[in-house]
Design a protein around this ligand. Structure first.
Ligand code: NAD
Length: 367
């Protein structure tokens, strides 16, 4: 932050998510400025420079994250670059908001979390769906004990991506995993948020299309996980890119159901301002409107009546990041949260490859 309180940002990677989420979110935050943009693709870089009005543009992240007049960095590049960009930015004292999955494996992710803590900078993993009003209200209801003894956690994400090319998302060296890191990582975070740490799991994954767009498709298109949480609840996760006819955007099905001794709660991302509740002995679920105070993140200047609420809730993420920097406190979602999910992802990979149950290290579910 400079002496007048202005925060200058650099955006590394100017693709879909950078321009859809991060840039408009930042534009809502007073006394912030997108100073610099970086993309290895010169055409995308130029388009981003024009559309954002950033005065610095470079194809090399090192030129941007080392600048004295950059205070915070948003990383929205393919997964393999998250750790090197973040570590360089942290080394130069920058606050970092990094896209999910945080890294290529848990070792890398924990090293990012450690480096950020040691440098005393703010760090945030972009688990964007934590900012859905209905998810925030669900967390609130669970934390106040309305679920009772937790029995089951169930998350299902279905999309129809057909056979289209996925670019870097179909390459192991750039993405690490397919559907697992792309979509299931958010739902693993939901599990942590609502139930706490995972104790053990078994997983299966599948790939149907060996090629997409005439290039090898190396990664999972579907993943399923069965597990136990340390709190005693069971967990079931499923995520697919091949749910034909189920839509290919955020309007596709994305549900979480919790069953406990006092209640069932059903969450659906598309229904951003309502939940469904089942009560003991009830015959069907009842609708629960999300109270207005949950419609935006605390303090956010966003007007939930403006724009598509399924898009605009995402802007609260950068608001939280900026507030954490200004208030010198940890972000609501940190690199530690990203690393915990990465630890579970590593276990899923091991289980899917060996067809064995995998225990998570005790520190993962006792810390
Ligand atoms: N939080 C969410 O809800 C969410 C949603 C979508 C994507 N993501 C994550 O965001 C990241 C980017 O995804 P996307 O869909 O925007 O991808 P994208 O392909 O649309 O954009 C990535 C951009 O990064 C650029 N790039 C590649 N290597 C670079 C480097 N070394 N330095 C600078 N720029 C580089 C590419 O040219 C491209 O413009 C991924 O990690 C993805 O998992 C998160």
């Amino acid at each position: 932050m400079n002496r007048s309180g202005q925060l200058n940002f650099a955006l590394i990677g100017c693709g879909a998510i950078a321009l859809q989420n991060h840039f408009p979110g930042l534009a809502l935050c007073p006394e912030t400025r997108l100073l610099a943009v970086c993309d290895t693709d010169p055409a995308r870089l130029e388009a981003a420079r024009r559309c954002t009005g950033a005065t610095v543009a470079s194809t090399r992240f090192e030129d941007v994250v080392t600048r004295d007049d950059v205070h915070a960095v948003i990383i929205a590049t393919p997964n393999v670059t998250h750790a090197p960009v973040a570590l360089t930015a942290i080394q130069h004292g920058k606050h970092v908001l990094c896209e999910k999955p945080l890294a290529m494996n848990a070792g890398e992710a924990w090293s990012m979390a450690r480096a950020a803590e040691q440098a005393g900078v703010r760090h945030m993993t972009a688990f964007t769906y934590r900012f859905v009003p209905a998810m925030r209200y669900l967390v609130h209801r669970v934390r106040q004990g309305d679920l009772g003894q937790p029995y089951h956690f169930r998350a299902c994400r279905l999309q129809d991506w057909g056979t289209r090319p996925l670019g870097w998302r179909q390459r192991r060296d750039l993405a690490g995993t397919g559907e697992l890191g792309d979509m299931l990582s958010h739902r693993l975070d939901f599990g942590h948020l609502l139930m706490g740490p995972v104790r053990r799991l078994t997983a299966h994954w599948r790939r149907w299309h060996e090629f997409r767009g005439n290039q090898p498709n190396e990664l999972d298109e579907w993943v399923g996980v069965l597990g136990d949480f340390a709190n005693g609840a069971t967990g079931v996760w499923e995520s697919s890119k091949l749910a034909t006819g189920r839509n290919d955007s955020w309007r596709s099905p994305d549900t979480v159901e919790l069953n406990g001794s006092h209640a069932t709660f059903l969450y659906e991302t598309r229904e951003w301002n309502r939940l469904w509740i089942g009560r003991p002995g009830g015959q069907q679920l009842e609708c629960l409107e999300v109270p207005r105070e949950f419609w935006t993140w605390p303090g956010s200047p966003r007007d939930p009546a403006q724009g598509d609420p399924l898009v605009t809730f995402r802007y609260d993420q950068i608001w939280e990041f900026v507030q954490a920097i200004r208030e010198q406190r940890p972000c609501a979602v940190t690199f530690h949260d990203g690393a915990r999910v990465q630890q579970v992802m590593d276990a899923i990979v091991r289980s899917a490859e060996t067809h064995q149950w995998v225990d998570l290290p005790a520190w993962n579910h006792t810390s």
